[in-house]
Design a protein around this ligand. Structure first.
Ligand SMILES: [Zn+2]
Length: 77
């Protein structure tokens, strides 16, 4: 099961400023999901690890570029 982090948790883990993490999310440098534009970000722990190590996460490596993916609203069950 994947662990999901908030922007604040991701910033703490990456030892970066939350604003830096948010900018990385908005630019697509860091892979994350947002329920709505301007809403709260959710970052997978393995995606954050990839970001810290300066490599694309498995999703990016597969060419998935879209960062704003509604995690609610789609059939999740
Ligand atoms: Zn990813």
């Amino acid at each position: 099961m994947a662990t999901y982090l908030t922007t604040a948790e991701a910033a703490k883990t990456a030892r970066k400023h939350p604003v830096t993490v948010r900018k990385a999310l908005e630019s697509g440098e860091l892979h994350g999901s947002q329920r709505s534009v301007g809403g709260r970000w959710t970052i997978r722990e393995d995606c954050l690890e990839a970001f810290i190590e300066g490599r694309p996460c498995e999703h990016k490596a597969r060419g998935k570029r879209s960062n704003v993916t509604p995690i609610a609203g789609r059939v999740a069950s």
